[in-house]
Design a protein around this ligand. Structure first.
Ligand SMILES: Nc1ncnc2c1ncn2[C@@H]1O[C@H](COP(=O)(O)OP(=O)(O)OP(=O)(O)O)[C@@H](O)[C@H]1O
Ligand SMILES: C=C(C)CCOP(=O)(O)O
Length: 246
């Protein structure tokens, strides 16, 4: 059983404080992962107050690129610091977590199609490790470097690994419509008017972009809040289930 889990950047960081880890929430999430003792687990985390402010300062988004190497390094280093905190929190609890840094392995063609090799991650899983990767800045043909969101990595790796379960843990208890959690989303158009951007600095499009990405997947994906992480990891389906009708 392979599980792909995204911990939102807004969950593991204080989104309004630059480069600040939300230690309490990260500790709770790491405890939940350690207690779940999942068979094969890939963890992906977002940018929160680490990646997004640096990307915004350099005018880099998932479509706007930069050739400024110092800027690319700044974004990547900030994400490295957050990745370190996540890997450390997991290792401290006995989870055999290892970092996977997208800038070194992923790239985009000039049409924005992303290649993210699955072999390093698959081999880590085979060897009993828990790969921990993250949204990052990656090179793109004709554009220099652009932002690859953790949400897109969720879909790429879930497909590549044939994931059985996909979960996206954000700050909200699910996708909301008028304050109520939507049970199930099967197409974008029906919920488009309810979907907005993130309240915090976010160069990759908030909830709308997340749902678009998850609807591409064969595997149903759950969107839920931190309080439901244990439920998801123990086989439940909290929050909103996103699955395109085929
Ligand atoms: N209909 C909606 N339902 C729920 N959240 C919504 C909705 N529309 C907009 N949002 C916003 O989307 C945010 C979640 O997207 P965001 O990209 O910030 O999450 P994340 O993945 O946790 O963070 P990061 O992108 O840093 O990894 C919510 O906190 C909320 O502000
Ligand atoms: C801003 C950067 C570098 C990462 C974006 O990843 P996301 O928070 O998953 O959208």
């Amino acid at each position: 059983m392979t599980t792909v889990l995204k911990l939102g950047g807004s969950v593991v960081t204080e989104k309004d404080e630059p480069e600040t880890v939300d230690r309490a929430t990260l500790a709770d999430a790491a405890d939940a992962v350690a207690d779940a003792d999942a068979d094969e687990l890939v963890v992906i985390h977002g940018g929160g107050s680490f990646g997004h402010p640096h990307a915004a300062a350099h005018g880099v988004t998932d479509t706007n690129g930069t050739h400024d190497a110092a800027g690319v390094r700044e974004i990547h280093d900030a994400m490295g610091a957050l990745n370190d905190a996540v890997v450390e929190a997991l290792q401290d609890r006995g989870v055999p977590a290892l970092p996977v840094r997208p800038l070194s392995v992923a790239y985009r063609d000039s049409d924005g199609r992303t290649a993210f090799p699955g072999e390093p991650v698959a081999t880590m899983l085979d060897e009993g490790f828990v790969p921990v990767t993250h949204g990052d800045v990656v090179v793109q043909a004709d554009k220099g470097a652009t932002i690859l969101s953790g949400d897109e990595i969720v879909t790429l790796l879930a497909e590549r690994l044939g994931a059985d379960r996909v979960g996206v843990c954000s700050t909200v208890p699910g996708v909301l419509d008028g304050g109520e959690v939507i049970d199930r989303i099967t197409d974008f158009e029906t919920v488009a008017s309810a979907l907005g951007e993130s309240e915090a600095t976010d160069v990759t499009g908030g909830m709308a972009a997340k749902i678009r990405a998850l609807l591409e997947l064969e595997t149903p994906a759950s969107v839920f809040g931190p309080a439901d992480l244990r439920t998801f990891l123990s086989g439940g389906r909290p929050g909103t289930l996103v699955h395109r009708e085929r």
